[in-house]
Design a protein around this ligand. Structure first.
Ligand SMILES: *Cc1c(COP(=O)(O)O)cnc(C)c1O
Length: 356
């Protein structure tokens, strides 16, 4: 088989989805499963849907188009504020998009009108993480603008935490979003059916809290794919962390000194290695590099430690010599998964429960 390859256990992704959908449903929370880390993979999307996700979500028009080309008909939410220049692509592919800007919503309305369609808008509210979002006191003005446009349906509000600044979703910021939904409904005189609390970082809160308030929607990617929560990257009880495995091939394995010799300057990536101490070690190189994966976000197999990476080489110390051609399997974290999925050098293969 070709290497490097990302082996995907669709059965585990489906099971993770089912587990979380079933745990969140009694709390009144529906799940849109986020395909962006899987490059809008139709196979992964089908596993999410089979696991009970109410819909899909992605941050890129191209990924949404890939899902539609594969005849996936589930609702898809666009979770990055659209570019004005892509308004037409967005309304063609996504029923609803997350938005923060007056002019973008105007462009979406014009694009939808040209087709005789309407397009749903979810207004994102800034709750402190300082990525996208309208400050709470300004949401009403943007909501009034959305309501005034002929082809826009205001679906609700949402927030996104723990992405730029690591702000933890908790009872206080989720209650602020809930209260804002209720006060907007009162002042605008419309219902806001969707209150989307956030991403996988909201799971710990959602599963533990006694009061989810108005929060009735989450957009989950990492937890469904990797089985962990992104605040501390701990495995979530009952979820599998083994859905993805990055397989790479050994191209060299030799006993070598641990320390380089000669005068030292910068490495290929601008780092300055420090000379340490040490005798010899078994140094093994696999054909995998920064063009394929974020090497700092890989868990190596037992008996191997990652010591360095460059564009095309991952350098390990291993507890025994490995013949060239030997395959090693690494477990990717979120950053490594994203890079592997978007690298043209890494093939994705779907494997069944038996690994066949
Ligand atoms: C990426 C993203 C998500 C999904 O995040 P996960 O941590 O993978 O669950 C949800 N909402 C928005 C706005 C995002 O950008």
């Amino acid at each position: 088989m070709t290497a490097p390859r990302l082996e995907v256990r669709l059965d585990l992704i489906e099971r993770n989805t089912r587990t979380l959908v079933d745990r969140l449903a009694p709390k009144g929370i529906a799940v849109h499963a986020v395909t962006k880390a899987a490059l809008g993979s139709p196979a992964v999307a089908r596993a999410f849907i089979a696991g009970g996700a109410a819909g899909l979500a992605d941050s890129r028009a191209a990924n949404g188009e890939r899902l539609r080309a594969a005849r996936i008909r589930s609702p898809i939410l666009s979770i990055r504020s659209p570019m004005v220049s892509e308004a037409d692509r967005i309304v063609r592919t996504f029923e609803t998009s997350a938005n923060t800007e007056h002019d973008v919503i105007t462009a979406l309305s014009a694009a939808a009108s040209a087709h005789g369609w309407s397009h749903g808008v979810l207004l994102m509210v800034e709750l402190g993480d300082l990525r996208e979002g309208i400050l709470p006191r300004d949401v009403e003005v943007v909501a009034r603008h959305a309501l005034s446009l002929p082809s826009i349906e205001l679906r609700g509000i949402g927030s996104n935490l723990a992405c730029r600044s690591g702000v933890i979703p908790d009872d206080a910021n989720m209650a602020e979003l809930s209260d804002l939904a209720t006060s907007l409904e009162r002042s605008l005189g419309v219902a806001l059916p969707v209150v989307s609390g956030g991403n996988s970082a909201n799971l710990t809160w959602a599963l533990a809290t006694g009061d989810t308030g108005r929060i009735n929607h989450l957009r989950l990617g990492e937890a469904l794919l990797l089985g962990c929560e992104p605040l501390e990257r701990r495995p979530v009880d009952g979820l599998s962390t083994d859905a993805f495995s990055l397989v790479a091939e050994v191209i060299e394995s030799k006993v070598k000194p641990v320390q380089p010799w000669g005068e030292l300057a910068q490495t290929a990536f601008g780092e300055r290695p420090r000379r340490g101490v040490g005798g010899n070690a078994i140094q093994t190189i696999v054909a995998l590099g920064r063009q394929d994966v974020d090497a700092g976000d890989l868990t190596p197999p037992a008996g191997a430690v990652i010591v360095a990476s460059s564009s095309d080489h991952l350098v390990l110390e291993t507890d025994h010599l490995l013949r060239p051609g030997t395959e090693l399997a690494f477990r990717p974290g979120y950053a490594a998964l994203l890079r592997a999925m978007t690298s043209p050098f890494v093939v994705t293969v779907h494997v069944d429960a038996a690994g066949g």
